[in-house]
Design a binder for this molecule. Structure first.
Ligand code: NI
Length: 205
């Protein structure tokens, strides 16, 4: 069974990618070309990433500093997402497996935007389906919101009567690659193929 089917539930994806691109352009994080213009970051005041304090599936407090010395691949989403998150997280899992032993230098991190439902136990069950090296992080609404803001993630809770619990979460969907020093390296767009993700990470490992 595909990840998509296994994890299917709620998430409104249609306009999210467009919104996210507009937001990132406005923030000066990406250019209008097909790829990320790293120069945009150097020239602007925009920064992506920063401190976070969250909880891992074992209930331990972890911060961004916990991952210093590893390259972080940071993705935001939620476990009830029907399509966007399962697609990207499956790709991340596949990329990790493609990297093989080199992935020891990588911390693939999935941070929930739906802490109300995504408890540490829920995150533990979810990441197990992706790859056991993926680290699922949750926290209080304030803590997850602070993490999302640090990464300039757009998200909003939306009422969806036909969804579980009557709501979904619209969200931007980028995979942020952060260096061993915690600084932004590059970003992969939603839908990037696993091989492309692995190839994009490999030079930094
Ligand atoms: Ni999603």
């Amino acid at each position: 069974m595909s990840m998509r089917k296994a994890l299917a539930v709620a998430c409104v994806a249609a306009a999210v990618a467009v919104i996210a691109v507009v937001q990132l352009r406005q923030a000066g994080i990406i250019g209008s070309g097909p790829g990320l213009a790293r120069a945009d970051l150097g020239q602007g005041t925009a920064t992506v990433g920063g401190p976070f304090t969250l909880t891992d599936p074992q209930g331990r407090t972890v911060t961004d500093a916990s991952f210093r010395g590893k390259v972080m691949l940071v993705y935001f989403g939620y476990t009830h997402c029907p399509d966007v998150c399962p697609t990207d997280l499956a790709a991340i899992g596949e990329a990790v497996r493609t990297l093989g032993p080199a992935a020891d230098g990588l911390a693939p991190i999935f941070i929930t935007l739906d802490p109300q439902r995504d408890t540490p136990a829920v995150m533990a069950d979810y990441v197990r389906l992706i790859d056991d090296r993926v680290i699922g992080l949750t926290g209080s609404p304030a803590a997850t919101d602070a993490a999302a803001k640090a990464y300039r993630v757009y998200y909003t809770k939306v009422t969806q009567p036909d969804f579980p619990d009557g709501y979904g979460v619209d969200h931007s969907a980028y995979m942020y690659l952060m260096g061993r020093d915690g600084k932004f390296l590059t970003v992969f767009r939603h839908g990037t193929e696993p091989d492309a993700i692995a190839a994009g990470i490999k030079p930094y490992l």
